[in-house]
Design a protein around this ligand. Structure first.
Ligand code: MSP
Length: 507
């Protein structure tokens, strides 16, 4: 041993759900993906070793049926539709490090390895099962869990399905799951969702079927290839597939356990089934599951049947990529349901981006041009704004840690608003050029420097433009936090460019 302790960066592994390829991407999918992206970008700024995963869920009855309706094989269908998700994420500037498709070979091998481990642990056996099945959920329900004969989530009739299935002995894990929750109070967040999961476990767990013989589109069971793996068992495994579970133990040791972001409708799978599956195989459950509510349109959940789905690209045309990202991160707190409306989005864009941030930038650039010949002065080391920045930075960092981007952005916007008020008070545009004006403008430029770092996870393109307009080279996301947010690093003597309005006001 050399005795040298290596400086190993903290590993941060964050995932989105993998999206079904039977549906087109809509803003509900975009919401989770943008949040995970911003979180990944924030942790990269902290210098952590980040892996951010998203992907598509391509097996199961639902996809097989759509493919049949479209006269193609499920794989052809998936190949065609996966592009819609990949294009959408490219458009939204999503910085995922990997994109997993459950139809990939690496995933098949990983699912089979996990299944075999659960089987070897004695947790999988063959039973005959008859139950009410919702194809949209890909899940069985008891009568008590339905509205008449309809699934509560999709409002569509369930089907009576009778199959010989392999079952996973979930019931065996009741006590261990309760212990896990007890010992890991932050396992599921927010608290309300943790209670929901706990309530479900306390009610008593039933074994669930993990195979199907009625379809062939899926991963064959390693010990009985007449059966394909149930789509949820298959899908959940994606998180460890991409972490190297099947064939890369070094990567796996660094990556797993990770952090999941999910919507409330898939809580049971992530907070109950998944940790039990992992425990059975002798693997660690995820670190945290962060659960968010639904975006509602006109008070209702979006769905294909209600024709109220909104595609993210429609919004990008109007608000720009950063306008869309900023809206979902600042206006839609992570946790409760949120109402999506065009008016709300417009109001947020105009107030935060056009009036506050955009205005600060254009004001400062204009006055620097007039009073300082376009050369940005250095800030006042003792400026009052330095305290504001320090306080709000701490709040923002804490909020990101809790996956509360809207609170983090409230803090950043307090800095921006304070700076605008400070400018309004000192009115440098009216004053004679000189050292006093220089300090006021230097402070504002320093705020812009710091704000462009703090907003880089949210509005990456715009923050880079701000960074360059105040004369800095490189990009804000190349900086490291918390050091780069400390007051006093704008060097002064840099050329400030005015440029076109960054966020033109929208009507
Ligand atoms: N394929 C499964 C997930 C498997 S993860 C191992 C699935 N896919 S989905 O495409 O139907 O949904 C993916 C995510 O989108 C879920 O987290 C769901 O909550 C989310 N949303 C779908 N509609 C939504 C809104 N209207 N608002 C916010 N998110 C919603 O489930």
């Amino acid at each position: 041993m050399s005795g040298i302790i290596e400086d190993v960066a903290t590993s941060f592994y964050v995932t989105t759900p993998i999206y079904y390829v039977n549906d087109a991407p809509h803003i509900g999918h975009a919401y989770t993906t943008i949040t995970a992206d911003a979180l990944a970008r924030w942790h990269r700024l902290l210098g952590e070793d980040v892996m951010f995963l998203t992907g598509t869920d391509e097996h199961g009855l639902k996809v097989q049926r759509v493919a049949e309706e479209n006269n193609c094989s499920p794989l052809e269908w998936a190949d065609r539709t996966v592009i819609r998700f990949q294009d959408e994420w490219k458009l939204l500037n999503i910085s995922n490090d990997d994109f997993i498709r459950t139809s990939e070979r690496r995933h098949h091998l990983s699912v089979q390895k996990l299944l075999q481990a659960c089987y070897d642990a004695g947790d999988i056996d063959l039973q005959v099962y008859e139950g009410l099945y919702c194809v949209s959920c890909e899940a069985y329900f008891t009568e008590a869990e339905l509205d008449g004969d309809k699934c509560r989530i999709h409002g569509r009739p369930v089907e009576l399905v009778k199959e010989e299935n392999y079952f996973f002995k979930l019931s065996k894990y009741e006590t261990r799951l309760l212990e896990w929750y007890e010992n890991n109070p932050d396992f599921v967040m927010p608290k309300t969702k943790r209670n929901e999961a706990l309530g479900f476990i306390r009610q008593g767990l039933q074994d669930f079927s993990i195979s199907r013989t009625s379809i062939n589109w899926g991963v064959p069971l390693p010990w009985d290839d007449k059966h394909v793996t149930y789509v949820w068992f298959d899908a959940l495994t994606n998180y460890i597939t991409a972490a190297g579970f099947e064939n890369d133990s070094e990567k796996y040791a660094v990556r797993w356990p990770g952090i999941h972001l999910i919507g409330k409708d898939i809580l049971r799978f992530h907070c109950v089934y998944w940790p039990a599956m992992l425990m059975s195989a002798g693997l660690e459950p995820p670190k945290h599951v962060h659960v968010h509510g639904f975006l509602l349109v006109g008070g209702e959940k979006m769905s294909k049947t209600r024709l109220n789905q909104i595609g993210p690209s429609e919004l990008v045309d109007e608000f720009g990529v950063d306008g869309v990202r900023h809206h979902f991160l600042h206006d839609q707190p992570f946790g409760p349901d949120g109402e999506f409306s065009h008016e709300g989005m417009l109001a947020r864009y105009n107030s935060d981006l056009a009036n506050n941030l955009g205005n600060l930038l254009s004001r400062v650039a204009t006055v620097v041009e007039k009073k300082c010949s376009g050369i940005g002065p250095a800030p006042d080391p003792k400026s009052n704004l330095s305290k504001v920045v320090a306080e709000q930075y701490d709040l923002a960092a804490n909020a990101w840690q809790r996956v509360a981007p809207s609170e983090a952005l409230d803090a950043v916007w307090r800095i921006i608003k304070e700076t605008n008020s400070a400018l309004e008070q000192s009115e440098p545009w009216k004053a004679e050029p000189g050292p006093e004006v220089d300090l006021v403008l230097g402070d504002a430029l320093e705020v812009l420097r710091i704000v462009s770092i703090l907003t880089a996870p949210v509005i990456p393109d715009s923050s880079a433009i701000i960074w360059n307009r105040i004369g800095l080279s490189g990009r804000p996301e190349e900086q490291q936090l918390p050091q780069s947010a400390r007051w006093g690093q704008y060097p002064g003597g840099l050329l400030v460019t005015k440029g076109a309005p960054l966020f033109p006001r929208l009507k």
